[in-house]
Design a protein around this ligand. Structure first.
Ligand code: C2E
Ligand code: MG
Ligand code: MG
Length: 565
């Protein structure tokens, strides 16, 4: 039978009816394209999935432009042009379409050119979604992430109430296994873990392998074990048993992130994001454990992302919203102003004034502390220069983050700042938070030496909060130790801590450093803590951090500190 002739004798409706019949027995979508008249005929099933208006499309080009991913469009039209011009008789391409929700879908489109008796050319073929085809992962035998997305989308849309839980499991040290033991060992571990998971859950429960070393369990099976902790523990025990049985040839542990409710109204992408967050929480908490998705923590995380975005925007708008405040530092026992600590503030329309305890870590994580740190340094130095005209021995303290020390050329910045602004190096004090890195990082020790050689004073900040270690003082060649407010608060409350502070101050003095006590708020606090003989005091009692103009009015031109004791 001459198919082409038969096609010529059929009406468009009849051809449509034929492809509709074939369509019933396939996951692919069938189409016929009349290359001579730019008419496109598709099945109803295709209309359900992709944004096409009817099964017969008279003006095919603009319709295709709407569903073909924009950057793939030129190469697709070029291929179809070749079919129309007779340069080729087969169309076979993998490219992207957009579904009704505007999401990209990888497809495999194949067609054969058929010439009709009246000279019309048809392209007859089918479109297959690649994601639906890629059903199984060769290593674990499980279905892959694309398949999870299809299935999850359907379950979340049609019967979200049937989901008991979704559990995302990750190997804690997979990268290390691949690097140290080789890819083969990595594949074996994946296979073992897949087996442990499958052996634990009800056999009707869906298990997928996501990218890299992660797995997803989707339990919608009535009567299955919905105690997620028990499920996780069992998988974990099976893994430990496997590791033992194989004589520790490859040691690994697993973490899991679980979501148990709130499925209504979500989609597969969202579930991937939420379970990834929960899994990361489990890893952050120390790995080898399970974390339940916590909406509050997630919202907090989203807020921090938002703050980061807003700060980045403000930095690019010439540091709009950022401001440097100054808090007085007073000498004892005469209570004379010796300088100020520069403290960064950030305000935005959406969140108002955000605490440095919140925004400083975000600046550090994102590296944005580097440009912002420069901004603070320059502002502080310029202000210091101005105030030294009123009080020639005035000092300004600037906080430094370890990120600035690690990831920027701090010495160069400080030198350039001193030179550009025109202040003596000795009027600047850099504050560094004490923490373990000082001990271990030789580069930082070198940096301190260089700063010291340039006559820049260093203060060890937050003393008493973390690794309080007298050795640092020598190592960083600090001149001052700043005792943190939390430590002072403890000392005000109990004799034990009071005695510790007293002894620390004695010891610091005997080593030749001076002490600045932070966080004195009340007169009685001052009276009590003065007995421990600090050299300087910084606290609300003498003044809260304030904008430069206010500081100048109040502390440099106005008020003289009186001995309140
Ligand atoms: P820090 O360097 O230890 O600064 C002292 C903090 O204690 C300041 O908080 C100050 O306002 C507060 N404080 C001072 N006296 C009192 C008091 O009597 N009572 C109470 N309740 N608090 C007092 P602030 O300004 O919120 O800054 C918090 C931290 O943020 C700073 O602690 C510092 O680690 C960081 N930070 C602030 N500005 C910068 C900056 O420009 N760069 C970097 N890297 N960190 C900064
Ligand atoms: Mg400080
Ligand atoms: Mg401090």
């Amino acid at each position: 039978m001459d198919y082409i002739e038969a096609l010529q004798d059929m009406s468009v409706e009849e051809i449509g009816a034929v492809i509709e019949v074939i369509q019933k027995s396939s996951d692919s979508y069938f189409y016929i394209m009349d290359l001579s008249t730019d008419t496109y005929m598709v099945t109803n099933k295709m209309l359900e999935r992709f944004p096409l208006e009817s099964t017969v499309i008279q003006n095919a080009t603009p319709a295709l432009q709407k569903i073909i991913y924009h950057s793939d469009y030129p190469k697709v039209t070029e291929d179809i042009r070749k079919c129309a011009s007779g340069e080729q008789v087969v169309h076979s391409m993998e490219y992207r379409w957009l579904d009704k929700d505007g999401r990209t879908v990888w497809i495999d489109c194949r067609g054969t050119v058929i010439r009709g008796t009246d000279g019309h050319k048809f392209l007859v073929g089918r479109v297959t979604e690649l994601g639906k085809e890629a059903k199984a992962d060769n290593i674990t035998g499980l279905r892959k992430e694309v398949r999870f997305q299809y299935d999850a989308e359907e379950i979340l849309r049609d019967r979200p109430e049937s989901i008991h839980y979704m559990m995302r499991i990750g190997i804690d040290n997979f990268k290390e296994i691949n690097e140290k033991e080789g890819i083969e060992a990595g594949d074996t571990v994946l296979r073992e873990l897949a087996d442990c998971i499958v052996a634990t859950v009800d056999q009707r429960v869906d298990v997928y392998r996501l990218m890299a070393d992660e797995f997803m369990i989707v339990d919608t099976v009535p009567g299955s074990n919905t105690d997620v902790r028990a499920v996780y523990d069992e998988i974990k025990n099976k893994v430990a048993e496997t590791v033992r049985r194989k004589e520790y040839s490859c040691f690994y542990t697993i973490s899991a992130g679980v979501i148990k409710d709130g499925f209504e109204g979500t989609g597969a992408e969202e579930i991937l994001r939420l379970t990834e967050f929960a899994l990361n929480e489990a890893k952050r908490n120390g790995r080898n454990q399970m974390a339940l998705f916590n909406r509050e923590a997630y919202n907090d995380y989203l807020k921090r992302l938002d703050i980061r975005k807003l700060m980045r925007r403000d930095i690019n708008r010439n540091f709009r919203g950022f401001q440097v405040f100054f808090q007085p530092i007073v000498s004892t026992p005469e209570y004379k102003l010796v300088g100020a600590e520069a403290l960064l503030r950030w305000n935005c329309e959406k969140y108002g004034s955000v605490s440095p305890a919140v925004f400083i870590p975000i600046l550090e994580e994102s590296g944005l502390i580097i440009p912002v740190g420069r901004y603070v340094l320059w502002q502080a130095a310029a202000t210091c220069k101005k105030w030294r005209e009123i009080q020639p021995d005035f000092h300004v303290n600037v906080n430094l983050s370890y990120v600035q020390m690690h990831k920027s050329d701090l010495i160069e910045d400080v030198e350039r700042c001193i030179e550009e602004v025109g202040i003596p190096a000795g009027s600047l004090v850099l504050e560094l938070t004490e923490s373990g890195y000082i001990e271990t990082d030789n580069r930082i020790k070198e940096l301190f030496k260089d700063l010291k050689a340039k006559d820049i004073d260093l203060a060890l900040d937050d003393f008493g909060t973390g690794y309080s270690n007298m050795r640092y003082l020598k190592e960083i060649e600090a001149t001052t130790v700043k005792i943190d407010r939390s430590f002072v608060v403890q000392a005000l409350k109990n004799d034990h801590d009071y005695n510790i502070i007293s002894h620390i101050i004695e010891m610091v003095h005997s080593l030749g450093f001076s002490v600045c006590m932070e966080g004195i708020e009340e007169e009685e606090e001052l009276a009590k803590m003065m007995r421990t003989k600090p050299d300087m005091i910084q606290g609300y009692y003498f003044g809260k951090p304030s904008p430069a103009e206010q500081f100048e009015e109040r502390f440099l031109k106005g008020e003289i500190f009186k001995n309140p004791v």
